[in-house]
Design a protein around this ligand. Sequence first.
Ligand SMILES: *[C@@H]1O[C@H](CO)[C@@H](O)[C@H](O)[C@H]1NC(C)=O
Length: 354
Amino acid sequence: MDPLQTQEDSSKKSNKPKYSKFTQQELPACKPLLTPAIVISAFLLVGILFVPIGLASLSASQEIVELIDRYDTNCVPMADKVGFIQNSKTDKSCTRTLTVPKHMRSPIKIYYQIGDFYQNHRRYVKSRSDKQLRYKDAAHLTKDCEPEGYRADGAPIVPCGLIAWSLFNDTYTISVNKKSIEVNKKDIAWQSDKNKKFGSDVYPSNFQNGNLIGGAKLNESIPLSEQEDLIVWMRTAALPTFRKLYGRIETDIMANDQLTVVIQNNYNTYSFGGSKALVLSTTSWIGGKNNFIGIAYLIVGGLCLFLALVFVALYMIKPRTLGDPSFLSWNRGPIAHWTMLQSFSVSCIAHLKE
Ligand SMILES: *[C@@H]1O[C@H](CO)[C@@H](O)[C@H](O)[C@H]1NC(C)=O
């Protein structure tokens, strides 16, 4: 019988907690012994796993063909950019020609990339009404949308709020070697957003009707669940420079083909110093072009292999004989000091346990 248990039995008033392995800290514990063999094989294993993963991701990323064309500076007159873009009578179309460097396999994704646009600003992110986007009867729930909640005469704006109001409105028409090709704009939004967040019986109304136009207008005969440009835009970006999917090209484009893009340069990024670019990119299993994950895997894997080699070398040149106390002396370098500190603390703990 446990001594604590008997004590408790004899004096019922005792405050002592009931004996358990938990309160007495006697739970079974894992105390791995880091022998050289275990340490070296652990490092080797990580290295052998990570280096190939890194190489595979890096080569996948290298194979992605990406064309980026920043057009905002070239598509407006030098003198008065803001005046030009705000004047609804000026012709905003702008033709860009690009040469494709490498064979681009379909599907080719078309993105617009906006720079220095803080879609993550707190006041902006909150300026929407999810209930209103989802339910037909919730049009009046525009509490968070001010100043884009109600029209001057009191009718609610659907979709309300600053995010919807500032919807991107540049358009692109693309031709390859002077032959126009189709840009598929179906299924550019998340399926879950279309099914669960935007109502199929909610139609835009009173949208973009004030005297300050923030961006694109919406077709009032199409329900919100099918306004995919809006759905893409409403999933706000976390960083000030972001890309959003515009559409897809479903034919291959060959190397050295001439791409002609006619841009309707409507969106005003000039008054806040933002930038705009058109991005065409192929995709692979790692997504778009990004070397980071491959490089990170290579660095970690390489370091582990290197450490494994260093430990093998140390172990072969100068193994520590078991039970040899001479390694404890202070003049044997930093490793000895560290080991000494460790064995000191181990013996302290052993002492305390007694
Ligand atoms: C596009 O958006 C800008 C604001 O960024 C607005 O001034 C302009 O009237 C809009 N144009 C069209 C055609 O929707």
